[in-house]
Structures are given as structure tokens and as C-alpha cells.
Design a protein around this ligand. Sequence first.
Ligand code: TXA
Ligand code: MG
Length: 345
Amino acid sequence: METRMIHISSPADYPLLDEAARCVRGGGLAAIPTETVYGLAGNALDEQAAARIYAAKGRPQDNPLIVHIADFPQWDPLVVEVPESARRLAEAFWPGPLTIILKKSALVPDATSGGLDTVAVRMPANPVAREMIQRCGTPLAAPSANTSGRPSPTRAEHVREDLGGKIDYIIDAGPCEVGVESTVVTLADGIPRVLRPGGITPDQIRSVSGVCEVDPAVYEKLREGEKAASPGMKYRHYAPRARISILSGSLNSFIAYVNTHADEEGAYALCFDGEGERLAVPFIEYGAQSDSLSQARRLFDALRELDERGARRVYARMPSEDGVGLAVYNRLMRAAAFEVMELEA
Ligand code: TXA
Ligand code: MG
């Protein structure tokens, strides 16, 4: 299959989307830009389109897809009911990087919801994404547009690396602003509970809802036999081919440790901006230490770059868990398969 690229640099280019929208309406797949990461979009109400999405990504079929909408009226038919608590959160953070889980209606096929009785919905902030949904005339199911298990794509080029030849279109609107996927919050049991941290923080949710729980799986590996609240959490994720260890401790202890491992084959450091020059191993910097937003924007790109450069053994600086840092921490922990080393301060 030939994958066509469409470049959008301003609203004047929006009519170029029609060709891809027509294809998606007919059951095809198009990768679309969102403010978080690129998504692989198909008609959310079409079982066969959902099946194609799973196939293109090589994704396990019990891992449900997020349904993307362009405006509020598209939400109601997808769910049994929009409770007041959900409405308030949506009004505060949509369009934006927040996904809300509620009981699904019969309109949403089991293939889209991975067989669950709930559905995850979000209204993306990226105007090209909303324009595309509108031109398709239907909500779009869109998981991250990477091969399952690879780092999520923050640029159209990443999508092409993973899915070129397997999907109909890639819509390129430049790099993603947030760089990590949306916050997933469930309201299926009443109280908001974060299943995956992202661009909207638990504190931001608390400021609207009064309360917000954070699922333990955000911080820790699931124990043997434990059931995942979000099926996505049980899979190894975001992983480059190299083995990654996260080193917790001061910059000086990091430098000392890494420099004694300079002879190791394929050794690389994943560090903060400006730190690389003191290292005796090749390095990739992933944002400023004091700026979690910049780390979020860089992380997945940095993980892909490690692969391209042939890194085998990666020593990474520990990110802060504050604010959006929790999302960075969560993704890096998964990429490292939860391997953390405590260095002396
Ligand atoms: O920012 C994002 O959310 C991106 C862009 C493209 O919008 N999409 C994305 O989709 O990250 P995906 O499929 O890669 O991740 C969806 C996550 C998975 O961990 C999945 O298990 C969880 O959301 N999820 C989806 N529906 C769910 C549901 N009904 N119950 C629990 N977890 C759900
Ligand atoms: Mg994903």
C-alpha cells in the first residue's frame, strides 16, 4: 500500500484534508497530528476500521482505543450519560490533553472499546485534528501512531518510520507541542482516578473536581496476576531497543557513575540540557532539568534517536515527578522496564 503524505501549514491548506477524510469515511486510516502525539485515526463507529488500526500497529485487541471528537455534541451519543462531574472536567480542559472514561453506549463497537463496557473520549486541542474529525463527519478512534511497543510519534517522520506502507495517509502538521500522550482519567466509578498521567496534572483535576486519585500502576509495575485498570498499563511500552537504567542521585554522582562505564559497548547517557559536555560517553539531552514540559516534548524523540544511533546500554537521569513531570517519569520508567539504580548523593 502506498502511504500518502499531506502537509498542512496553515488553515488555507485545510481543503487538502478532504481526500484523506473521504478515505477515512470509507473505512481507511490516516495518521493525524494532535497536540500530544500523532494518532492513527479511523472511524470510531466502524468495527472494521478499528480492526485495521489494531493490525497496522500490531496492537493487542484487548487494549481499547481513545475516541476523538471535535465538539461537545459528539460526546453524548457515545456514552450512557455524561455526569455533571465529567461535564465540569471537560469544560475546564477541552479541547486539550485530557481523556475521560465513562460507560459506553451501544453506538461504540466492542472492537473500539477493546470489549470493555466503557469508552475513553477526548477533544484534542490541535486545530488540524479537529478539522479532520469535522471533515470526516464521525468521531475518530486514534491510538498513538507508532508500532505497538515503540516510542509514540511526535513528528510525522516517526509515523512514516513505523507505519509507512501500512496506512493510507499521514497528515503532517509539524512537531507535537506536548510530546507525551493525554492524561487518561476514569469517571466510571464516580471519583476521578488517573490511569495514565499526561499534560493535565492530578492537581489541575483536583482544582476542578475537589478530589483526584492516581492509580498505583502509574508509579509501579503491576504485580504478577494483578488486573490492570487500563489495559495499556500491562504492556511494555515506549521502549527503544537498548536496555535503559534510570539513575537516581545528584548530577555529580551520575557523571561519576557513567564515566566509569565509558568502555561498555553501546553505552549512552540520556541527560538534561547542558549536562552532556561533562560525560565521557555519547549522550542525548532530553530537556531542561527544571522544566518538565521541555522534557515531555523531547522524551520520545530522544528514545527514537537512541535506537538510530545504535545505543545498547543507556544510563538516564531521573526526572522530577512534579506536575507534568509525573508523565515523563511514568513513560521513562516503562521504557526502562522499571530499572532504577540509587546512586550516593
Ligand atoms: O494523547 C493521546 O491520548 C493519544 C493521541 C493520539 O490522542 N492517543 C493515545 O492512545 O495515546 P493510545 O491508544 O496509545 O493509548 C490509550 C490508553 C491505553 O493505555 C488504553 O489502555 C487506555 O488509554 N484506555 C482506552 N480506553 C480505555 C478504557 N475504556 N478503560 C481503560 N483504559 C482505556
Ligand atoms: Mg500508545
